[in-house]
Ligand binder design. Structure first.
Ligand SMILES: Nc1nc2c(ncn2[C@@H]2O[C@H](COP(=O)(O)OP(=O)(O)OP(=O)(O)O)[C@@H](O)[C@H]2O)c(=O)[nH]1
Ligand SMILES: [Mg+2]
Length: 351
């Protein structure tokens, strides 16, 4: 399962643009044909026009299909994103329409070649070429709505977060305004990506850091895990189920200062829901905005709650939190088969 780079999905041309591209390239090809005998020249030119325009149309359409992510190969999280944003069935149908057109053009190309072989006059050569062009145009016009749909879908999907299901992923949850995005930014090396989930109008942050050449991803979940269950729709539930699969660990960020506007009581209620939703994913409790709690940089835990304490804006406690997360995630990883079991020392191995 590879991560989809949503930004790499190509734009598709509209029918007129695609025809211009194919027909003008075909005319150039025809102009290269050189034969002193008019009859043979026109015949070769018309053949070249049919063949090269159909080839370009077909290969362009097939290239689009192949560059679009294949739904069957998406992680469940990515599939939920696509379903929520543009609809899984529509996605398949519209892409299927492009495939259909490519097959039709291929048939047309072969038909044009074989019919041309039977023609015996210059007029027939021209007419055959015109006929094929007309039918290409009609096929392309038929898929006009599909092409327009794909471009709209692309513009939506470009904003999706890229999450690699093979790398560990830290899901950051918590009430609105507790500092989730700030935490991801301060733990990330480099600028975090800013994306959006189709379920929410908010932007989300995806960050990364590396440890021992391993990449750790972090995603925040605005509007996804911070609302009561009752307000969620089916697609959001699917995405949450998928987050459970993709997440190695969840950070539940609390704001004991309550400066974010949510009382501790409702933050803790939300915690219960998140624990329930993410079921098997271990949850690490973090008290954020510790600079507002009268704590010092050296306090690694909040003495009141016993939770890990950090300040994203001051940069306090971040290294300790990162190490803690790496350690928890590491517990799930199968040990290096060449390493020795705990408590063993090389000197115990018989020489
Ligand atoms: N004093 C202080 N302020 C913080 C800290 N972390 C975040 N903030 C502030 O809290 C506010 C909310 O931070 P965000 O990171 O946007 O919070 P969020 O949880 O991503 O918010 P939503 O995405 O809207 O749910 C901002 O004004 C931040 O500057 C911190 O450690 N200390
Ligand atoms: Mg945010």
């Amino acid at each position: 399962m590879v991560a989809v780079n949503w930004r790499k999905i190509p734009t598709v041309l509209q029918p007129d643009e695609l025809m211009d591209k194919a027909f003008s390239a075909a005319t150039k090809k025809a102009n290269l044909v050189d034969d002193p005998d008019k009859y043979h020249r026109v015949r070769k030119q018309m053949l070249a026009m049919i063949q090269s325009s159909c080839d370009i149309l077909e290969s362009t359409l097939r290239k689009w299909v192949s560059k679009w992510p294949s739904l069957d190969r998406l992680s469940s999280f990515d599939a939920a994103l696509v379903d929520a944003a543009v609809g899984r069935d529509e996605f398949k149908q519209n892409l299927g329409g492009i495939q259909w057109a490519a097959d039709k053009i291929n048939e047309l190309n072969r038909e044009g070649q074989s019919r041309m072989a039977k023609h015996r006059s210059i007029e027939e050569f021209h007419d055959r070429r015109k006929h094929i062009y007309g039918r290409c145009a009609s096929i392309l016009r038929q898929i006009g709505p599909q092409l327009a749909w794909l471009n709209d879908a692309r513009n939506i999907m470009r904003e999706f977060p890229t999450i690699d299901a093979t790398d560990p992923c830290i899901v950051v949850a918590g009430s609105p305004n507790v500092g989730k995005s700030a935490l991801i930014s301060s733990l990330s090396t480099g600028e975090p990506e800013v994306n959006s989930y189709p379920f929410t109008t908010k932007t989300l942050h995806v960050g990364h850091f590396e440890h021992r050449r391993r990449k750790y991803q972090m995603v925040d979940t605005p509007g996804l895990l911070d609302r009561p269950m009752i307000e969620r729709n089916e697609i959001e539930m699917q995405a949450i189920a998928a987050l459970e699969n993709v997440g190695s660990v969840a950070v539940f960020l609390l704001d004991p200062s309550e400066q974010g506007g949510t009382s501790m009581e409702s933050q803790l209620n939300l915690l219960d829901e998140v624990r329930y939703l993410l079921d098997d994913t271990p949850v690490v409790l973090v008290d954020g905005k510790m600079d507002l709690l009268g704590l010092n940089e050296s306090d690694s835990h909040n003495p009141k709650s016993g939770n890990v304490a950090i300040s994203a804006t001051e940069g306090w406690g971040l290294d300790a939190l990162r190490s803690h997360l790496i350690e928890i995630i590491g517990a799930d990883v199968i040990d290096d088969p060449l390493s020795l079991p705990e408590g063993w020392h090389r000197k115990h191995i018989p020489e």
